[in-house]
Design a protein around this ligand. Structure first.
Ligand SMILES: NC(=O)C1=CN([C@@H]2O[C@H](COP(=O)(O)OP(=O)(O)OC[C@H]3O[C@@H](n4cnc5c(N)ncnc54)[C@H](O)[C@@H]3O)[C@@H](O)[C@H]2O)[C@@H](O)CC1
Ligand SMILES: [K+]
Length: 482
């Protein structure tokens, strides 16, 4: 799992390393990493390094210092380097002196605009860890002149390092070179960072503030039947979804649970016939009381907010097994918070709201979605999966992971029903509920991408792509094992 740490924690971790290394050594190491990536970008975009033009956007802090030192290293490879200084008086003195000695130029006014317009690659050293708010007017005006690919030093300027939120002019980088550790912006807003490269500074950091899963993580955790397993030992997922008005939600949620693991799926509700017709392997009954034993429940998709749905949700919450509550189930909880009392506090609850459902439950998530999801998880003693282009999964113990969608194909009717079925299947296998929700979100977005292949898809398409998505991560895992 990749991790990211807030700017305050990274700064604190840098202190002992700075104290133990010669003055400027850390900055030069960071800058060397920037120069290597800048040379790579030049070669990719122009076919050469020597003789090409790089412009540096240099702010008043150490971020600007990094950019200046990167310019020094690029000069040694024959690159023409021009530094555009946002405030000449307050520029990093050692970096500026070194760049001048190495034959780099500085530019202001119309010369600066021209240098930015004619550059092959631009380095963004405007602001780093100390960033607050969007780009200020002078920096924003200079950035207007850039059309070349931008390499961000540490992080794209004008973006909040800890939330990834943009609230005005900001840099959109093709590549980012960060130092010591990833910051939350790199996991939460990859659209502004481009590809992220990490330069190791030997920082000591544990328990990240935000995690992100990759294919190998999901492949390692996804349950696979062992030699001694039968249909019961892998966990039976119960699906309480759908209604006579919305049988589709039941078919999609049950189908996702069928395809996610090799165990067994039970269904309860008024859409039993439709579910059986599509998924003959599902054991379908009318009510929770007749369902037989399950190791998890999914409750909510398409059940409506009437008394029948409410009764179902209450029974499911009291069943003493992990529960994933989605859609109408969340609306019911928002309307009648006393329903939470039906829950056995020792059994995990996973809530999977989109923004409007989240707002009904605990209030508007606002722009700091990580903070909002984390608070909701603690307050509701539940894993909260806040859906969005970047989906946030927060656990009541404070763990947070972010899953960035691959395109927006998942924003289609019924897509959430598929996600809840995946969560239900993983909960039934006994997986940690935070990880179950995270792995489900990850696989759901991969299935969405595979189903779409560049053209709009549907929830049925996402469902049908689950096996292909799972085969893909099994292959990745095999590569890791052997
Ligand atoms: N501390 C260290 O050990 C290391 C720090 N490094 C670099 O140092 C950076 C942090 O440096 P600093 O603490 O000097 O601060 P920054 O360089 O991040 O910021 C400098 C100043 O920019 C201004 N600023 C804030 N928001 C702005 C905005 N939206 N638009 C324009 N200007 C804005 C503020 O006056 C701020 O003090 C890191 O991001 C990294 O690039 C690296 O050299 C590696 C080593
Ligand atoms: K920057």
């Amino acid at each position: 799992m990749r991790g990211a740490w807030t700017s305050a924690r990274v700064r604190a971790a840098e202190e002992p390393v700075l104290a133990a290394t010669p003055e400027g050594a850390l900055m030069r190491r960071a800058a060397f990493g920037v120069a290597v990536q800048a040379a790579e970008l030049l070669a990719e975009h122009t076919g050469a390094v020597s003789g090409r033009r790089v412009a540096l956007l240099v702010g008043v802090g150490n971020n600007g210092g990094d950019a200046l030192w990167a310019g020094v290293f690029l000069r040694r490879r024959g690159v023409a380097v021009t530094a555009v200084l946002l405030d000449a008086e307050r520029t990093h003195p050692a970096g500026l002196g070194a760049l001048r000695r190495a034959g780099g130029r500085t530019a202001t006014g119309t010369v600066a605009a021209a240098a930015l317009e004619h550059a092959d690659v631009v380095l963004d050293g405007i602001v780093g860890l100390a960033a607050r708010g969007p780009l200020r007017a002078k920096a924003a005006e200079l950035v207007e002149h850039v059309s070349a690919p931008i390499l961000a030093v540490d992080m794209p300027s004008g973006v909040d390092p800890d939330t990834g939120v943009t609230s005005g002019p900001h840099i959109r980088a093709e590549r980012t070179v960060t130092f010591g550790a990833r910051k939350p912006v790199h996991l939460l807003n990859p659209a502004v960072c481009g590809s992220v490269h990490l330069v190791d500074l030997g920082l000591e950091l544990d328990s990240p503030d935000v995690y992100a899963l990759d294919a190998v993580d999901v492949g390692l955790h996804w349950p696979v039947p062992g030699l001694a397993d039968d249909k019961y030992t892998q966990g039976v997922a119960g699906i309480a979804a759908g209604s006579s008005t919305y049988p589709g939600a039941a078919v999609l949620a049950a189908g996702a649970a069928v395809l996610a693991t090799a165990g067994m799926v039970r269904y309860v509700g008024p859409a039993a016939e439709a579910v059986r017709a599509q998924w003959p392997e599902v054991v379908a009954t009318g009510s929770v009381a007749d369902a037989g034993r399950v190791q998890s429940w999914v409750a909510g998709p398409g059940i409506g907010t009437g008394s029948e749905g409410r009764d179902t949700l209450e029974r499911v919450l009291a069943d003493g097994v992990p529960v994933c509550v989605d859609a109408d189930g969340i609306n019911l909880l928002a309307r009648s918070p006393t329903l939470f009392d039906a829950r056995d506090p020792a059994t995990p609850l996973v809530l999977t709201p989109h923004d409007r459902e989240f707002a009904r439950l605990v209030g508007d998530p606002g722009s700091d979605r990580v903070g909002a999801a984390r608070r909701a998880a603690v307050d509701l003693r539940s894993v909260v999966l806040l859906k969005g282009n970047t989906t946030i999964v927060a656990a009541p113990d404070g763990r947070v992971l972010a899953n960035v969608a691959r395109g927006s194909w998942l924003a289609t009717a019924g897509s959430g029903d598929v996600l809840s079925g995946l969560v239900g299947a993983l909960l039934a296998s006994g997986m940690d509920p935070w990880l179950a929700a995270g792995c489900s979100a990850w696989l759901h977005s991969l299935a969405g991408e595979l189903a779409a292949r560049g053209a709009p898809t549907s929830a049925s398409g996402i469902l049908a792509a689950i096996p292909e998505a799972l085969r893909g991560i099994r292959v990745q895992q095999a590569h890791r094992e052997y």
